[in-house]
Design a protein around this ligand. Structure first.
Ligand SMILES: Nc1ncnc2c1ncn2[C@@H]1O[C@H](COP(=O)(O)OP(=O)(O)OP(=O)(O)O)[C@@H](O)[C@H]1O
Length: 829
């Protein structure tokens, strides 16, 4: 029973299995197998075809005896390869038979990537047509080589030749080729004709744009004829862009086009797609244009976009460029265009050839060697470099000797050498040697003349170059004050500090035009810097309504420092408005006329604040000077304010931590104790200097020993006379006004006690209708305290409302007339 049941079910199962076999052929597995087979078969054919071209004559006998095992074929793929090739090439289409291999490959790939059957059929159609055409053409060109055209090509060619002759055949083949290209690849002549037209129009438009100037643009906007020309140009460009989009899309879609007649409809669809793409972005504009009755919305939208972009570019760039073209770059030195820099002959020349007695050298060497030997330090090598005031003996100790041992023996070695000013550098940074600096018996003066006239200084491109003196190897030492960015100088009395300051100032006078740098000189001793009074209207900066440009009074120093802080804030505002990071970039932009002077922009000179005898100031004014100095030192570098602070007493209560932290560049002349040396340099050594301009310089890392250039008072006098006798500015550079807290009174309500800028402030506040202290700070160039006090007075006068936290105060006076009335009424009361 059971058996029967099974047997009855079998036919049913077999009928169900049938569609399953078909299903297998339809499955992806079968498709993958078929696709792979076709691709490999195409490769097989290709190899066979290529091989056939080389061996077809020898293989003829093999082809006739296919079944005979002993007859071998020379074809790489044997007899099968040879006979397939013979069939497709010789008896078929010649060289064009490769298209068959290619079509098989394409079919295999299409199956693998699941392309539709229709696509495969279309591809075969085009392939076979191309194969036929090539075969006939080759038959025509090489009628002697049947292998190239195959028998099919050869025969058809012969047949056609008999009917239409050679010329007819050429015409027919050309026509067929063009038809093929036109139908298959949509090659039309109008595209080329259009391209030619567009190119010509573009050239015209380009010429038009190039000729446009700023003024012409304005005319274009006003004149409808020219405006339409511009529109025409842009629409032409747009047309071209749209076309290329369509072409691209068509190419991409080509394989799916099955009939020639579909081409036109497809093209329409694609054009629509392009419009849809740009649609959402420009939707509102489309609506606007449609309202105006313009049919082709997209084209107009793009036009508007392009026009806006171009206008913006021209208005900003061209204005600055045009100004530079018309007037050249802004020249800050123009006002004193005839200013002459001081000449070299104002500086005294000394005999500067370094001469050292060889005996002295030898004796020093012997003593060094001997002294070190006493401490059991062997020397492998010794080398001497003779400088203007000292000679450096470089020692390479014997292997195994610890450097710290030599360092510890510094005092003993100095004693043995019985000379002042021995400094031991163990090891010399960057070298593996130990340096012992020994003063020369006869020192040479380094003249200011020699350092100023040196190539290094004259050709320097630094912002604020300072020729400080000469190094131990007799090279001119030039540093940039702008990079330091602030300098601390210390040294006991009579060691060359004032000469050092003069050297710094002289360097700047020789290199910088009065328009480029301004000095603020603070000299509590009242004698050192007085000579510079003569160049007040050229190089000095001072507070308004102050008699002397050189500041000697402590209260004035406090005012000046606070005023500098205001100047610093104002400069930062200018830099911010100009969107630059530092004074250098700002001035470059200003010179290129990219900043409008009507917006408050002006060329900014560097400001160098020199304070001699800083200790005196700290003793008398304390925190009052320390706070603004620290603030300036912290922030002023970017806006071109640089400080040079000199002191006799480098003790910790003068050079406080906060000052020290902000003055990375330091110069130490000879000091009296090691502690002082440590305070100024964070290292010993300054106590070992020999004085008379012998100094140690550090910019935060390595310490360098320099012989300061010597500039005497008569020389400085000559220089200041030379400059002072020339045409000057009307007055010294004006610093912003500063009124300190104490000068205001608490009785602000009293009209007579009001700030003298009260009326100006009231007018500014009423005009702007905004009661803020920062507005006054900006407009009147005031400090925060004074602006705040003015606001209080305005409040007391009933011009602005009460304090409202972070919000600006309310302005209670609506206009100028009301303000005038209010102030008049006050007076009458
Ligand atoms: N670079 C130098 N080369 C040669 N001699 C120098 C040099 N610098 C200073 N001297 C000598 O040292 C003397 C004192 O120098 P300077 O007046 O600069 O000292 P100072 O440190 O300013 O003293 P004080 O603090 O008392 O004013 C000068 O008169 C000069 O003779």
């Amino acid at each position: 029973m059971a058996k029967r049941k099974t047997s009855t079910k079998t036919p049913l199962n077999s009928s169900e299995n049938k569609p399953n076999i078909f299903a297998f052929f339809k499955s992806r597995q079968a498709q993958t197998i078929l696709g792979t087979f076709l691709i490999l078969f195409s490769a097989f054919l290709c190899i066979a075809f290529i091989s056939f071209f080389f061996n077809w004559q020898e293989d003829q006998s093999a082809l006739t005896e296919l079944a005979n095992k002993t007859v071998r074929s020379k074809n790489l793929l044997g007899k099968i390869g040879a006979s397939l090739s013979n069939f497709f090439i010789y008896k078929g289409f010649g060289i064009a038979a490769f298209i068959i291999a290619f079509q098989i490959f394409l079919t295999g790939s299409y199956i693998l990537v699941k392309k539709k059957l229709a696509a495969i059929i279309i591809s075969w159609n085009w392939g076979l047509i191309a194969m036929l055409w090539i075969s006939i053409s080759l038959g025509f060109v090489h009628d002697n080589y049947a292998i190239l055209s195959g028998i099919v090509g050869f025969e058809i060619n012969e047949y056609l030749h008999a009917f239409i002759g050679n010329t007819g055949l050429v015409i027919l083949l050309t026509f067929l080729l063009i038809t093929y290209l036109v139908v298959r690849y949509k090659v039309t002549f109008d595209k080329h004709i259009e391209n030619l037209k567009i190119k010509r129009e573009e050239r015209k438009a380009q010429a038009l744009i190039e000729n446009e100037t700023l003024t012409e643009e304005k005319i274009i906007e006003k004149t409808p004829v020219k405006a339409s020309e511009e529109t025409a140009t842009i629409s032409l460009k747009t047309d071209k862009k749209e076309k290329s989009d369509v072409e691209l899309s068509l190419e991409n879609l080509q394989p799916t086009i099955s009939k020639h007649s579909e081409v036109t409809t497809k093209k329409e669809e694609i054009t629509l797609n392009v419009e849809k793409k740009s649609g959402p972005v420009l939707k509102t504009e489309v609506a606007k244009e449609e309202e105006k009755g313009i049919e082709e919305g997209t084209e107009m939208d793009v036009e508007i976009d392009v026009a806006i972009g171009r206008d913006e570019e021209h208005s900003t760039e061209n204005l600055a460029n045009q100004l530079v073209k018309d007037f050249g770059e802004f020249d800050p030195t123009l006002e004193l265009g005839n200013f002459k820099f001081p000449t070299f002959n104002l500086l005294k020349q000394y005999n500067e050839s370094i001469s050292i007695d060889p005996e002295e050298l030898e004796a020093n060497k012997d003593r060094i060697v001997e002294t070190l030997k006493n401490y059991k330090i062997g020397i492998a090598e010794i080398k001497a470099t003779v400088g203007p005031t000292i000679t450096l003996y470089e020692i390479v100790p014997e292997a195994g000797i610890r450097i710290s041992k030599i360092k510890n023996l510094e005092d003993d070695i100095a004693l043995s050498l019985s000379a002042l000013g021995i400094r031991i550098i163990a090891p010399i940074p960057g070298k593996g040697t130990i340096g012992i600096e020994v003063p020369n018996k006869k020192s040479t003066i380094v003249s200011m003349h020699s350092v100023i006239s040196s190539k290094k200084f004259q050709e320097s491109t630094m912002e604020l170059p300072i020729a400080l003196g000469k190094t131990i190897s007799n090279e001119t030492f030039v540093v940039d004050l702008a990079k330091m960015p602030h300098l601390l100088m210390a040294g006991a009395t009579g060691q060359g500090k004032s000469v050092g300051l003069n050297a710094v100032l002289t360097s700047l006078l020789y290199k910088k035009h009065p328009a480029e740098v301004k000095f603020i000189l603070v000299d509590p001793k009242k004698v050192e810097l007085t000579l510079f009074n003569k160049i007040e209207r050229h190089y000095l900066a001072k507070l308004p309504d102050v008699e002397d440009a050189i500041i000697t009074d402590t209260t004035k120093v406090v005012h000046t420092l606070n005023s500098l802080c205001i100047e610093m804030d104002n400069r930062y505002d200018l830099l911010k408005a100009a969107m630059v990071r530092n004074i250098k970039e700002y001035n470059v932009k200003f010179k290129q006329r990219k900043l409008n002077p009507n917006d408050g922009h002006q060329f900014l000179p560097y400001i160098v604040l020199v304070i001699d005898e800083f200790a005196d100031l700290i003793m008398t004014a304390g925190k009052e000077v320390e706070t603004p100095i620290a603030r300036l030192a912290q922030l002023a570098r970017a806006i071109g304010i640089h400080l040079i602070v000199a002191t006799q007493r480098p003790s910790v209560n003068v050079i406080t931590g906060i000052i020290k932290a902000n003055f990375p560049a330091r110069i130490a002349f000879r000091v009296t104790s090691k502690i002082d040396s440590r305070t100024i340099l964070d290292a010993g050594g300054a106590d070992q200097l020999i004085g008379r301009g012998d100094l140690l310089y550090t910019a935060g890392n390595e310490i360098k020993r320099i012989q300061c250039a010597f500039v005497d008072t008569p020389e400085v006098e000559k220089i200041t006379d030379f400059i002072g006798s020339q045409k000057a500015y009307a007055e010294a550079y004006q610093l912003p006004e500063y009124v300190d807290d104490e000068s205001g009174t608490s009785l602000d309500i009293d009209i007579s006690d009001r700030d003298k800028l009260f009326k100006d402030a009231a007018e500014i506040i009423v005009t702007a209708q905004q009661g803020s202290a920062s507005l006054l700070q900006r407009k009147l160039k005031l400090g925060y305290n004074r602006a705040g006090r003015l606001i209080d007075q305005l409040e007391a006068a009933g011009i602005v409302g009460g304090f409202e936290g972070s919000k600006a105060r309310q302005v209670l006076v609506p206009d100028f007339i009301a303000l005038e009335q209010l102030l008049e009424n006050e007076k009458n009361q």
